[in-house]
Design a protein around this ligand. Sequence first.
Ligand SMILES: NC(=O)c1ccc[n+]([C@@H]2O[C@H](COP(=O)([O-])OP(=O)(O)OC[C@H]3O[C@@H](n4cnc5c(N)ncnc54)[C@H](OP(=O)(O)O)[C@@H]3O)[C@@H](O)[C@H]2O)c1
Length: 340
Amino acid sequence: MRHTIAVVGGTGAVGREILEILEERRFPADEVIAVASARSAGQQVEFGEDMLTVQDLAKFDFKGVDIGLFSPGGAVSAQYAPKAAAAGCVVIDNTSHFRMEPDVPLVVPEVNAHAIAHYPKRNIIANPNCSTIEMVVALKPLHDLARIKRINVATYQSTAGAGQAGMDELFEQTRAIYNNQPIQRKKFTKQIAFNVIPHIDKFMDDGATKEEWKMVVETKKILDPKIDVFATCVRVPVMIGHGEAVHVEFERPIDEDAARAALRAASGVVVVDHRADEGYVTPLECAGEDAVYVSRIRRDPTVPNGLGLWVVADNLRKGAALNAVQIAETLVKSYLRKAA
Ligand SMILES: NC(=O)c1ccc[n+]([C@@H]2O[C@H](COP(=O)([O-])OP(=O)(O)OC[C@H]3O[C@@H](n4cnc5c(N)ncnc54)[C@H](OP(=O)(O)O)[C@@H]3O)[C@@H](O)[C@H]2O)c1
């Protein structure tokens, strides 16, 4: 059984990673089509040994396309995902636009693959925020073990989370500083080189940022609506890979060894946790990798049944492209039927 796949936003940071992962995992596709804006229509993007000619989304017909892997930004998905869905294409959308709509499943396959079953209501499945994905992958086995009551998380998010332009800005500012030239700010609200910025996405009425709000509401939708979440999201001068200091309060007692054992048995998680220089994983080491890495597991004695963890993952892979491709794999395996 083979399928036609469109990668919308195929020239972007997430889209290029999707193309790479489709090829790496030998996704059962007859045809893969790269789609982006008129700006890059006609350009070539790599797909394994082949080059794909980029199509213009505004002129693209989704008839006959089975799955659309979308990452063209929220406003563009808002306009084009429903059109693709109406043409019979199942859209897996990486933007935040549809995530909290009640009739759109929000899926991390290791946590709530069963939610994919609801996709026919809109023909759209949403991929969660990068920081939410890695946190819920790490917390699902612990929730099953001792029921999570409350999460307090601080993120250390790489510039890749702001797309190709985010990584370019870190590089250009760093180079300008070393060359004694003035720095330019485009994507970030303050200088990102040699700095950290506690502000991702816009401010909301309660003082939280929208990135922080996403971690709260998405965790509830994916993992459990009863869990309270407090998040502080911070941009750091790292190219790829988000780190998270996650502090969790459980309903039932849980010790470090039981937590480590549950995490070791969990799909998609790798535990690296030795109290030594090499005994934990950093964003640099997780870039290009598929797993969610958990390190620094330790008891938090300041609350009842508390545990602290350090979690890292490649935000372009598990935080976006890989998660979307895993959803597509489940769709193909368990839901879409097509003659060979
Ligand atoms: N980066 C992450 O870690 C991450 C994680 C999860 C979700 N996301 C979400 O995924 C989306 C894309 O992120 P990214 O990091 O890949 O950004 P990016 O590197 O800036 O890429 C944006 C992509 O969207 C395309 N695009 C922009 N406007 C378009 C239009 N009017 N019509 C068709 N295509 C258009 C661009 O094509 P052109 O080349 O033609 O401009 C490019 O392919 C965002 O909504 C982001 O929030 C990102």
